[in-house]
Design a protein around this ligand. Structure first.
Ligand code: NAD
Length: 262
């Protein structure tokens, strides 16, 4: 008598499980780009912790998606711009999982306005979430990575950092800061088994870009050699590659995934 083999978790079949039991934290990992990254890591067998700021609906949907993949997962509400919340968030992951292999600094916001209308609060908030958040989260995980002589830190920057964009002085400065931060930290960590890189997505269809007016959307599409926005899943390959063992000799780099935009 033959039994038909039914995979227990069909979504996880046929994978090489490159990240089996690797422990990952993706900030802002509950929607848009971060959600796609979290699910991709989970499909490859990783334990995935995702943090978010306030969108509870996306958070519970992502948590359900991770559970469906049978991933060991943690859902953490924390403001990345707050030192105490970041320390508590990373501390709770380390308490439960002992160490972390991979940090993706993905949480980010925009507050777009021409400089003449941009108030100091909008400047500060973008710098605090995007740049200070990257510093705080990296600092919070680094000791545990150094102790094990292994780590991957990947931070999300933007084409605005490379080419500038009218209406984004605050955002482009914060994302440019992430590139400089990445390059300096990569040098501090280079002999300790920890690589530090940045990924620069182009214009990707996520909640961040869904409210663009038609004129802006068309202008952007015309600027992209491939003639279309990317999807979150277009970016995950670069993230997983840089996080993998295969990318162990790559550090201090910025990898653009932008349809040729930059
Ligand atoms: P999104 O708005 O869908 O997601 C942002 C995530 O960041 C959310 O999960 C949110 O909860 C989290 N977040 C926001 N503020 C936070 C805070 N203070 N503390 C903790 N988490 C916070 O946007 P997205 O498009 O998925 O963007 C993800 C990253 O990619 C951002 O850093 C963004 O700047 C960058 N990026 C996006 C694009 C694009 O076209 N969408 C292009 C280049 C770079």
């Amino acid at each position: 008598m033959f039994f038909k083999y039914t995979p227990f978790f069909p979504e996880r079949q046929n994978n090489l499980m490159t990240f089996k039991d690797k422990r990952v934290i993706v900030t802002g990992g509950t929607r848009g780009l971060g959600k796609a990254m979290a699910l991709s890591f989970a499909r490859e067998g990783a334990w995935v912790a995702v943090s978010y700021a306030s969108d509870e609906k996306s958070a519970s949907e992502t948590e359900a998606g991770l559970k469906k993949l049978a991933a060991r997962s943690l859902l953490l509400k924390a403001d990345v711009s707050s030192r105490s919340e970041v320390e508590k968030m990373v501390g709770s992951v380390l308490d439960k999982w002992e160490y972390l292999d991979i940090l993706v600094n993905n949480a980010g916001i925009t507050r777009d306005k021409l400089l003449m209308f941009l108030d100091a609060g909008e400047w500060d908030r973008v710098m605090e979430v995007n740049l200070k958040g990257t510093y705080l989260c990296s600092k919070a995980v680094i000791k545990s990575m150094i102790a094990r002589r292994f780590g991957r830190i990947i931070s999300i920057t933007s084409p605005s950092a490379l080419t500038g964009r009218a209406g984004q002085t605050n955002y482009s400065a914060s994302k440019g800061g992430i590139i400089s931060f990445t390059k300096s930290l990569s040098r501090e960590m280079a002999r300790l088994g920890i690589t530090v890189n940045a990924v620069c997505p182009g214009v990707i269809s996520t909640p961040m870009t869904e409210n663009l007016d038609d004129e802006t959307r068309n202008d952007l599409i015309n600027m992209i050699p491939m003639g279309k926005f990317g999807e979150p899943e277009d970016v995950t390959g670069a993230i997983l590659f840089l996080a993998s063992e295969k990318a162990g000799y790559i550090t201090g780099q910025v990898l653009a995934v932008d349809g040729g935009l930059t």
